[in-house]
Design a protein around this ligand. Sequence first.
Ligand code: ATR
Length: 285
Amino acid sequence: MPDSRETGRHAFVVGYPIKHSRSPIIHGYWLRQFEIEGSYRAEEVTEADFPVFLGRLRDGTAGYSGGNVTIPHKEMAVRLADRPDVLSEELGAANTLWVEDGLVYSTNTDGLGFLANLDERRPGWDRFEKAVVLGAGGASRAIIQALRDRGFDEIHVVNRTVERAEELADRFGRKVFAHPMGALAEVLTGAGLFVNTTSLGMHGIPVPDFPLERLKPEATVTDIVYVPLVTPLLLQAEHHGLATVDGLGMLLHQAVPGFEKWFGRRPEVTPELRALVIADMETHA
Ligand code: ATR
């Protein structure tokens, strides 16, 4: 927590564990860039202690304007917030909090980060009607919501455990369809976007050969895994001559709205910031 003698504005990222978070690098870069007197720090808080942490955020004794929430507190954050917005309430998870007049507000900027990354790196990626999302865990929800809100007509969720995909189809409405893994080739046919939201490709987990030739030739393939930056799926897509977008930009862009709320300036995702985070990934792999 900030020292009560400190001046300026202060924000946090709260999670458990928290030492691998790259958010302090991102916000620290913007604080320096704008020469803002303030701080952004990592808070390691257990699930049992999270309600107390939130109470101290609300009553001002923690000294914070707001902050980011990461695993495992995203669901509890939206439940405990006084004013969750529509996005975080529908998702049942918040990643951004701020305090106004003694009330805690929450939102979720993951979907926005996902869209902004694709808009930046592959303009026109969203001109197709059909998207395929692999995975039905916590990370896929924000993406399904974002694709639906962007106007995709068909969002096909393919998951090893089909029941989890069905739950998401029920939650996100009539444009979302659930399928088992075996349906992947059929579902990819004619799609303009393929997104991996699973842990496949992380930590050397082997990845099957995906039938990417079924996609439209102008389709985009993206992965929300960004360690490694070029995942096995993205490599396969490159071999098929498809356009690819890595997942790092989603992390960078999801941070923008929070910084603006807490510090009052709208920051930009620059090549220098991207390089800074990549350098950190290389030294703390
Ligand atoms: P997160 O919140 O990061 O999305 P999660 O809720 O544990 O994490 O979800 C992980 C996703 O990766 C799920 O879609 C999971 O499939 P199941 O729902 O069937 O568990 C998927 N996943 C993980 N390992 C996988 C593997 N080896 N093959 C296929 N899917 C896998």
